[in-house]
Design a binder for this molecule. Structure first.
Ligand SMILES: [Zn+2]
Length: 267
């Protein structure tokens, strides 16, 4: 089978195990059923996820112009505490910023190789956790907008990371007694007073199950360094495709790349 198009982050479906669909110009390819098959990727060009032009990509699938102009790449996307829409203040496009920021947000703890804190729109659960490769996740607050969630996260970041170390995430080694509920108790003490009303101790811990077994050694594939490669797909975790021998491709970091994909069953 051959497919070709603009690579977007994989679409996921929460199940046991999680189901993954590679998104090539909105053609969805069910990846779980390709585990065990040889995949050949070829990098053909670029297509900015915003303006769709064939431009060298700058960050997050955006060309440089779009990264600095699009409301989907503004500072508050990366740092929620910088949100201004609740004050009626525009960063780049107030109507779009309102639609992104003035909706319920969740502050969560997730185990992605270590326990981290994060913020996402309520509608992005559990997608956000799956994209990060979280093995466990726990919502600890629900706020009315992005700014409030960002301020809680900022306070929790004094004790917890807000980044995912992908090597640790892909190693997937955790202690049997790891319990996010204990971290929730610690986190509650760090909530800023004015937002303590949003703390929520009622939520259950999610345990996410990936079609994945950690390899011995992990090496990263980049389509810039290797525009063409072919290998047997062994598993999927987060937004990573894991191949034979422990090489991994971060699909998300290749958003906007135009690629072809050939699949071949082993003889
Ligand atoms: Zn662009």
């Amino acid at each position: 089978m051959q497919f070709e198009g603009q690579l977007l982050k994989m679409i996921t479906h929460q199940a046991t195990p999680i189901q993954y669909y590679l998104n090539l110009s909105h053609d969805l390819i069910h990846m779980n059923s390709l585990i065990g098959q040889t995949l050949e990727f070829n990098h053909l060009g670029y297509q900015c996820v915003n303006c769709q032009r064939d431009e060298k990509l700058f960050r997050m699938g955006f060309c440089k112009k779009c990264f600095f102009e699009s409301p989907y790449a503004s500072d508050s996307i990366i740092r929620p505490e910088l949100s201004r829409a609740h004050l009626g203040e525009q960063e780049r496009d107030l109507e779009i910023e309102k639609s992104i920021q003035l909706v319920p947000h969740i502050v969560y703890l997730a185990y992605t190789g270590e326990v981290k804190v994060g913020v996402t729109r309520e509608s992005q659960i559990p997608t956000r956790w799956i994209d990060q490769g979280a093995t466990f996740a726990l919502a600890i607050a629900k706020t009315t907008n992005r700014y409030e969630a960002g301020m809680i996260e900022l306070a929790l970041k004094t004790q917890l990371s807000d980044k995912t170390n992908y090597r640790k995430m892909l190693k997937d080694e955790y202690e049997d007694d790891l319990d996010l509920a204990n971290f929730r108790t610690q986190a509650q003490k760090l909530f800023p007073g004015e937002f303590s009303k949003y703390f929520n101790a009622d939520q259950e811990i999610w345990h996410l199950d990936y079609p994945y077994t950690a390899p011995e050694k992990i090496t990263t594939l980049s389509l810039d360094k290797r525009p063409s490669f072919s290998s047997v797909l062994k598993g999927i975790k987060g937004q990573y495709l894991a191949f034979e021998g422990g090489s991994v491709l971060n699909v998300r970091s290749h958003e906007g790349y135009v690629v072809s994909l050939n699949t071949k069953k082993e003889a």
